[in-house]
Write a protein that binds this ligand. Structure first.
Ligand SMILES: *Cc1c(COP(=O)(O)O)cnc(C)c1O
Length: 411
């Protein structure tokens, strides 16, 4: 493959125009949209409006005047089509961690005769930490955590499991679980299932309703480009709505918050997942950011993501100066999310050195160099150029400088 082929791929890319909707830095190749999505123009403009006009001028009247109070639902409905959910089943609130706490507690309540939470050893750690915290409150008699290695999940799924907690796309390798099959197996064992969609929503087509999923959570600041610390979302299948009960009972989840009654009465359906006052500035930005998806079909995004990832893998593997990079993502495109990860003993230093030459990727301990592929704004020439710069970093061995060995607090 040569450079002109990459130029041609950009010319015939049906999504090429979407790139203009993002505030990209000149000369920089951003391959980290799976950690923090790029700022969309729509979000940048709306942030000024929210801060300057809605907060600055209209102050408290904005709760009604600008419908701040409706943001959790409004955003939920913008996310719903991206995850295959019919209306009324997605709401935006809190972080994934907090939402997993609510959902695990809810699921255990729905399966009172069972105590096991089944998850995966290499799940994203926060999911496991939250389960551990819940287990500490509930005690051994009411909650037990069992962790399966990848490939062992179905073996450990029996009629003692109350709820299965899995991340659809593995954050290190990008490997995709079969949501349809695992959800069905969980149900056959009488268990409920919670899917973490942190690396799925906005990245790959998701079919929550069609897969009969019970509950899901997802992230606002990764592929949905909602900005640093943007709130997360929760999905609950409609059939569970009348039974939802979660322990973080806050006034926003009360049926009548502005009655200020002393006793909690849960609001119906998805509203019962709300806890405290929504972070209006963050939510408004996320809401505007989601508008870039309005005319982007998830299948088209997936097609481009697969093409970008496949040519990236080929370029690296065909390059005689990059033979030390070992692909850890699945080679089969259908089994891989929207990222490409390689193993290299010097992954951390190489990542730092790449940042210096304008290629932003990230490092995941112990030795993984992770490249996020975001078809909305990544071009084929970005991929070509990223591999060129990586080759140069390896060729000049610039990553060996001691300054690149020092670990920062956030990697
Ligand atoms: C990024 C990520 C999270 C983040 O959770 P927050 O509580 O929203 O910070 C959770 N789970 C997975 C799988 C992630 O990749």
């Amino acid at each position: 493959m040569n450079k002109s082929e990459f130029m041609l791929m950009d010319q015939s890319d049906p999504l090429a125009h979407k790139r203009q909707e993002f505030c990209l830095n000149e000369g920089q190749i951003y391959l980290d949209g799976n950690s923090l999505g790029v700022l969309p123009e729509s979000a940048k403009q709306h942030a000024q409006e929210v801060v300057g006009v809605q907060w600055g001028r209209d102050l408290i009247t904005s709760w009604n005047k600008h419908n701040w109070i409706d943001l959790p639902v409004e955003i939920g409905e913008k996310i719903a089509p991206l995850v295959g959910a019919e209306v009324g089943q997605v709401i935006c609130c809190d972080s994934i961690s907090v939402n997993i706490f609510k959902l695990l507690a809810c699921a255990l309540t729905l399966r009172p005769e069972r105590i096991k939470i089944l998850s995966q050893t290499d799940n994203f750690p926060t999911d496991l930490y939250v389960a551990q915290g819940l287990q500490q409150i509930l005690g051994d008699k009411r909650c037990e955590i069992v962790l399966a290695d990848d490939g062992q999940i179905t073996e450990m799924l029996d009629d003692s499991v109350a709820v299965v907690l899995l991340t659809q796309v593995n954050f290190r390798t990008g490997k995709i679980h079969n949501m349809d099959k695992l959800t069905q197996l969980a149900h056959e064992a009488g268990a409920l299932i919670i899917w973490d969609l942190a690396h799925s929503a906005g990245a790959i087509p998701v079919e929550l309703d069609n897969c009969n999923v019970d509950f899901a959570v997802g992230c606002g600041y990764k592929f949905l480009n909602g900005g640093p610390g943007a709130p997360a979302f929760v999905y609950a299948a409609r059939k569970h709505h009348q039974y939802i009960s979660q322990p973080l009972q806050g006034w926003m989840g009360h049926v009548k918050p502005f009655d200020f009654a002393p006793d909690y009465i849960t609001a119906p359906g998805m509203f019962s997942f709300l806890v405290g006052t929504p972070p209006v500035v963050s939510m408004s930005i996320l809401s505007a950011a989601l508008d870039v998806f309005a005319d982007a079909d998830t299948r088209a995004l997936r097609d481009k993501s697969i093409k970008l990832s496949s040519v990236f893998i080929s370029l690296v593997e065909q390059n005689s100066k990059l033979t030390d990079f070992v692909l850890v993502s699945p080679r089969q495109a259908e089994e891989r999310g929207s990222q490409v990860s390689f193993r290299h003993p010097q992954a951390y230093a190489i990542c730092q050195s790449l940042i210096e030459v304008g290629v932003i990727a990230d490092f995941r301990a112990p030795d993984i160099l992770r490249f996020g592929i975001t078809p909305l704004y990544t071009s084929y020439m970005d991929i070509w150029e990223a591999v060129e710069r990586l080759t140069e970093v390896m060729d000049l061995q610039s990553y060996k400088q001691s300054k690149y060995q020092v670990k920062a607090r956030v990697t």
